[in-house]
Design a protein around this ligand. Structure first.
Ligand code: NZQ
Ligand code: ZN
Length: 384
């Protein structure tokens, strides 16, 4: 039987025109820092909607948070927030802006020597500034969780931390803001969400049929909606469905009480750190390699996944598992993801260094902790 505590404190405000609700969601007496990225919110009118909603509020701005947000940039926001005595952060953007703002929220209140310890040494986040979000890119699930992934440029490290202290108080999800997303970012969102579900589902059975079916519901909906999301630029319903899928994929619900395997993300983050490849393409490359490497340990769930998601019915379980992996790869290919490392410029130049990092961190990956340094190297070599 499974055990868990599930507590999700994030209020979701979902729907068209919901950005206007900001005026009631944040107290008038707060000194707000509005954090955003490279300017997409200026081009698509989101900035204007936010500023209109906050006309009566006290707002300062910090812009320039880059994709795979940089520690170096965020520390400038920390200094500015301290200087201006900010007491509320409003993140407006994709996962990078949300994650970056979570780090700023924690770092402003950090009393230890160096805020990088939050990431590198898992220093406990005792306190953080309150945070709200307006999500503009459905992908990471950051809008409804307490996780953040931060990159340190100088050392090519991409590390995650998690704390309930940095869960947003609220997140506004207006599917209309996704209309300005390029096709590539929409495909990224589908793949990221898909892989988040897979990592909480494709392990081994623990008699959790509800969690299995919740996970399968998200996978099937993503597969069903993908063509409309990518090919019908005005289809707001499809955007809404993608947005809600992405949130459900990583808000903790489908993972309640079940084993998880985040090795695809952990290895993918290293490909981003070493080769500069974007998050979703890194996952599309690594997942098939992880599944092939772990085929026997994951056999039962791979067969279930193949049957329920891809209608693969084969008597031979190995063949069924292989077919399920191949269908997954074909799905990624149909979305325009790279499925061979050569097309992305990844050579084996840094493979040993990546494997060494896992060795030095002393962490073992996978639902059985069976993936150590040597296995990471084998998985990297299995990437097509
Ligand atoms: O910076 P701006 O100008 O806003 O442009 C962004 C950026 O260039 C643009 N964009 C965002 N919304 C847009 C838009 N362009 C047009 N219209 C819109 N509505 O899209 C580009 C990519 O944005 P980014 O935030 O980097 O993408 P994403 O949401 O995929 O976030 C990726 C980051 O999240 C981390 C990843 O590692 C990566 O650093 N993750 C965070 C997780 C979490 N917090 O739980 C889990 C994930 O697995 C993931 O690791
Ligand atoms: Zn992800």
């Amino acid at each position: 039987m499974f055990n868990f505590i599930y507590h999700n404190p994030v209020r979701i405000v979902f729907g068209q025109h919901s950005i206007a609700r900001l005026s009631d969601l944040i107290d008038r007496n707060k000194r707000i820092m509005l954090l955003y990225g490279g300017g997409s919110i200026h081009a698509n009118g989101v900035y204007e909607q936010v500023k209109n909603a906050l006309k009566a509020h006290n707002v300062v701005e910090f812009s320039g948070i880059e994709p795979n947000p940089h520690y170096e940039t965020l520390m400038r926001a920390v200094a500015q927030a301290k200087e201006a005595q900010i007491d509320f952060l409003l993140a407006v953007g994709g996962g990078s802006v949300l994650d970056g703002s979570k780090f700023v929220a924690a770092a402003v209140c950090f009393t230890g020597d160096d805020p990088w310890d939050i990431l590198a040494k898992k220093a406990k986040v005792e306190k953080a500034l309150p945070l709200g979000a307006v999500l503009t890119l459905p992908a990471t699930g950051s809008e409804m969780n307490g996780n953040a992934v931060i990159t340190r440029e100088s050392s090519r490290e991409k590390l995650a931390f998690g704390s309930e202290q940095v869960s947003p108080q609220f997140s506004i999800l207006d599917p209309a803001v996704t209309l300005s997303l390029p096709r590539e970012q929409l495909a990224n969102g589908i793949v990221d969400s898909f892989v988040h579900v897979i990592e909480q589902y494709l392990t081994y059975p623990v008699n959790a049929p509800l969690q299995d079916r919740q996970a399968e519901a998200v996978l099937l909906t993503l597969i069903e909606q993908a063509p409309a999301v990518l090919n019908q630029p005005d289809n707001l319903d499809a955007r809404a469905n993608l947005m809600w899928c992405a949130t459900q994929a990583l808000n903790g619900l489908i993972g309640c009480g079940v084993p998880q395997d985040w090795s695809t993300h952990d290895i993918g983050h290293e490909l981003t750190a070493f080769y500069g490849i974007a998050h979703a393409p890194s996952l599309a490359l690594v997942l098939p390699a992880v599944l092939r490497h772990q085929r026997s340990a994951k056999a039962e769930k791979l067969v279930q996944y193949g049957e329920r998601i891809w209608q693969i019915h084969m008597a031979n379980r190995d063949q069924a598992a292989d077919a399920a992996i191949e269908r997954t790869q074909n799905f990624f290919r149909s979305l325009g993801m790279p499925v061979s490392r050569h097309s992305t410029g990844i050579t084996d130049l840094h493979f040993a260094a990546i494997a060494d990092r896992f060795g030095r961190r002393g962490v073992r990956l996978g639902e059985h902790q069976s993936i150590g340094k040597d296995e990471v190297l084998q998985i990297l070599q299995l990437i097509d």
